[in-house]
Design a protein around this ligand. Structure first.
Ligand code: HEM
Ligand SMILES: *[C@@H]1O[C@H](CO)[C@@H](O)[C@H](O)[C@H]1NC(C)=O
Ligand SMILES: *[C@@H]1O[C@H](CO)[C@@H](O)[C@H](O)[C@H]1NC(C)=O
Length: 334
């Protein structure tokens, strides 16, 4: 590279131009919703959206947490080689390694049966037409709406990958011990802004986490924690490793099953359940503090930012060259 620059000023200018172009096209590859369309199945499967909606309504009525779990599956799908249904693949056939065994998924990813049910009904209506990735995108949107959150138009036309990457799931999905700068970096790597990151984190207004993801935080490991809150949570999550590892606590203790802005009000009181949650307010340098205050005081602003960021995240595409198809069974390649 040094020789390249020394040899000619013109070439070095070209090199800079190429670098800039590469950076821009990488960003494009990150979030490129241009190929998706709101009307994708209008002719080939016009009944699709009500089908997914009613399957999700049934699942959420049976257990509201399933709505949260499906929303999380969509995040875990999109952050690993784009929204391509890869998170839905089982470790099957023998020798095939899916993403379900990756650290961020193992023992906590759930909601697959609800996606299967929605997909089965989509298959019954429109054989071999609707991708699992699109069913998941719709199911996540419907989950949010059914739990009281915003609605948005889902862009469609994704295809399903025939491959999965456990290593990429481990590398790309942020963990609960992450600091703010690391959270920002993992979203920036997907072309998502700080504002997108903070809005999307508001998904933690619903759902549950296991003790082993917040044990340190409520047992003296975190400075910025509400003492009353920590004392209550550690009753079900004592300091001893291995004791109560899987016991659950709500990510938003105020309204655990309502998609509202209670999560952000909790952060203002240092009641974030995960270390990574609390990093958004008065942790990690404070760059998100004023936005968290706004979301805590303005449910409408959170709702519209969340919806916009979900559309953006839903535009993450698989890398060029990924083998794609419309999977019949979301758990295995055709
Ligand atoms: C900002 C970085 C994020 C981190 C570090 C993070 C981490 C976590 C962790 C550790 C859990 C609990 C898992 C367990 O029990 O082992 C969880 C649950 C959850 N996450 Fe996140 N998450 C992040 C962002 C998101 C985003 C962007 C969404 C969706 C848009 C999301 C949706 C959820 C939901 C809904 C649950 C509850 C799931 C259930 O109850 O089954 N998270 N997250
Ligand atoms: C559905 O489509 C698949 C693949 O095109 C085909 O093999 C199968 O026979 C079809 N099933 C029905 C019930 O039409
Ligand atoms: C801790 O939580 C309680 C509610 O349980 C709240 O009244 C108090 O203000 C919180 N403390 C801090 C420092 O935010």
């Amino acid at each position: 590279m040094a020789a390249f620059v020394i040899s000619s000023a013109r070439i070095s200018t070209l090199a800079v131009a190429l670098l800039v172009a590469t950076t821009i096209s990488c960003r494009g590859a990150g979030v490129a919703a241009a190929t998706l369309s709101n009307k994708y199945y209008d002719k080939t499967c016009p009944g699709l959206q009500p089908i997914v909606r009613s399957a999700m309504a049934q699942a959420v009525a049976a257990d509201p947490r399933t709505g949260a779990s499906v929303l999380r599956l969509f995040f875990h799908d999109c952050f690993v080689n784009g929204c391509d249904g890869s998170v839905l693949l089982d470790d099957a056939p023998p020798g095939f390694t899916g993403e379900k065994g990756a650290g961020p998924n193992l023992g906590s990813a759930r909601g697959f049966e609800a996606v299967d049910a929605a997909k089965a009904q989509a298959e019954a209506a429109c054989n071999a037409t609707v991708s699992c990735a699109d069913v998941l995108a719709l199911a996540a949107r419907d989950a949010v709406g059914l739990l009281g959150g915003p609605a948005w138009a889902v862009k469609l036309g994704r295809k399903d990958s025939r491959t999965a990457s456990q290593a990429a799931a481990n590398a790309n999905l942020p963990g609960p011990g992450s600091g703010l700068s690391s959270l920002l970096a993992s979203f920036a790597a997907k072309g998502l802004s700080a504002r997108d990151m903070t809005a999307l984190s508001g998904a933690h207004t619903v759902g549950r986490a296991r003790c082993l993801t917040f044990r340190a935080r409520v047992n003296g490991g975190d400075a910025g924690v509400n003492a009353t809150f920590a004392a209550r949570i550690r009753q079900g999550c004592p300091a001893t490793n291995g004791v109560g590892d899987s016991s659950l606590a709500p990510l938003d203790g105020e309204t655990p099953d309502a998609f509202d802005n209670g999560y952000f009000r909790g952060l203002l009181q240092q009641r974030g359940l995960l270390h990574s949650d609390q990093e958004l307010f008065s942790g990690g340098g404070g760059s998100q503090d004023s936005l968290v205050r706004k979301y805590a005081g303005n449910a409408g602003m959170f709702a519209s930012d969340f919806a916009r960021a979900m559309v953006k995240m839903g535009g993450l595409e698989p890398a060029a060259g990924t083998p794609l198809e419309v999977r019949i069974n979301c758990r295995k390649p055709n």
